[in-house]
Design a protein around this ligand. Structure first.
Ligand SMILES: C[S@@+](CC[C@H](N)C(=O)[O-])C[C@H]1O[C@@H](n2cnc3c(N)ncnc32)[C@H](O)[C@@H]1O
Length: 392
């Protein structure tokens, strides 16, 4: 007799350094799991809508998408010296009408939204040819736009015929899966990356040229290879090491190369085998950065230490004195971990807040005396944390 059981499977990836890929049929309970696991760090060949629809819902942290632009170029474009401009004229960029492009856009965006975690976000890059249509579809599908970012190209292609402005930027839309959900924005890392100034929404980044540009037989291996600097900023801003990033229009694999270098998992989808070959070779050559450089300070989960733990563990004594950093008021430490300052009794935070008439973090306000010197109780907390960590 066969026991039929319902199994709930969590697709939450382990931290990247502990990840062990499981086969779809492997189970510790002996029950056969017919649910696909995430194909991490792989390039999947085929149509992105079909493949996205086969992946588990609510499973990836970030989608980066660089979809066809629908450039609608009719004729070849020539420079003044009669050389032909290397524009995007590939089949993948051709749609018979705006309606066909819109339908395609609705389908891949809906499929991307399904596989995004509730806390996930999506970045879509495009030019004036498509980005307004894409933005409207995103809003209609329930995405909530967080920012639009201008990628200002330092070395754009001139407008050879001089009939329009030089087109020197592309637009990125950054959106969350739904309005009001928690989402990731590494504000401090963005600030640090920008000499301690808040990062703005205009990013000045050169096109991928020179050594960065992948060539095969002397010509560009992919017509729209994006700069790695762009992906670096996106991944640092909206993912952490170990997160899963999916790119449904993988092309030459820029997203995968940067994700691997930064300790993120990637899933790439690309229809064209020729581009998959280019991308795989490129990613294989990337060395991941050392783990200790990727887990940034502030991102490590701190062990919570309540004030009372310092009493229980002999770091402070019942009846001992704490000095309030502002105004030199003193408080007595009570047996239950509360403190008493004049008529005010409560936690270190409550008493500090009342004394300063504003919300206050008690760990930063109270001092204790050690060999005649006043020191912050935060130092004691760190000492205790270190001991806990050393004990494993
Ligand atoms: C604008 S390019 C992406 C370039 C990429 N960001 C890079 O840095 O190399 C779009 C890519 O999507 C692929 N593509 C177009 N339609 C697709 C579809 N329906 N499914 C999967 N891939 C598709 C094209 O072959 C092309 O390589």
């Amino acid at each position: 007799m066969v026991n039929i059981q319902t199994v709930t499977i969590c697709f939450e990836p382990l931290p990247f350094y502990r990840q062990k890929q499981r086969s779809p049929f492997e189970s510790t309970t002996g029950i056969i799991l017919l649910v696909p696991t995430l194909p991490l760090n792989q390039i999947l060949q085929g149509d992105c809508i079909e493949i996205l629809n086969s992946l588990p819902e609510n499973s990836v942290d970030l989608v980066f998408a660089d979809p066809p632009y629908n450039l609608q170029l009719q004729n070849d474009l020539y420079r003044p010296n009669n050389t032909r401009v290397d524009a995007v004229k590939d089949r993948w960029d051709k749609f018979s009408s705006f309606a066909e492009y819109d339908e395609f856009t609705i389908n891949w965006l809906r499929a991307s939204r399904r596989i995004l975690k509730e806390t996930g976000t999506i970045w879509v890059i495009g030019s004036y040819h498509n980005i307004f249509r894409v933005g409207a579809v995103m809003q209609d599908l329930g995405f909530w736009i967080l920012n639009d970012v201008i990628w200002l190209k330092t070395n754009p292609m001139p407008n050879f015929r001089g009939v329009r402005f030089t087109n020197a930027h592309e637009t990125l839309i950054w959106a969350q899966k739904q309005k009001g959900a928690k989402y990731k924005f590494n504000h401090k890392d963005m600030k640090a990356l920008n000499d301690d100034l808040q990062m703005r929404s205009n990013w000045v980044i050169p096109l991928a040229t020179g050594k960065e540009r992948i060539k095969s037989n002397g010509t560009k291996a992919h017509p729209t290879q994006k700069p790695e600097a762009l992906l670096y900023r996106i991944l640092l801003a909206s993912t952490d090491a170990g997160d899963v990033v999916l790119d449904p229009f993988f092309g030459s694999g820029t997203t995968g190369a940067v994700a691997k270098m930064m300790g993120r998992h990637f899933i790439g989808i690309e229809r064209d085998k020729k581009y998959i070959k280019v991308a795989q070779k490129r990613i294989d050559a990337v060395a991941p950065a050392p783990a200790e450089a990727l887990i940034l300070p502030g991102k490590q989960k701190q062990v919570r230490v309540p004030f009372g733990a310092l009493l229980e563990n002999g770091y402070l004594k019942i009846g001992g004195k704490l000095t309030f950093a502002k105004g030199k008021r003193e408080a007595v430490i009570l047996a239950n971990g509360h403190i008493k300052c004049g008529k005010i009794t409560g936690s270190i935070h409550k008493v500090a807040s009342e004394l300063s008439n504003a919300p206050a973090n008690g760990w930063e306000m109270w001092m204790y005396a050690e060999r005649g010197k006043l020191k912050s109780i935060n130092e004691l907390r760190e000492k205790f944390r270190k001991k806990l960590k050393d004990q494993g």
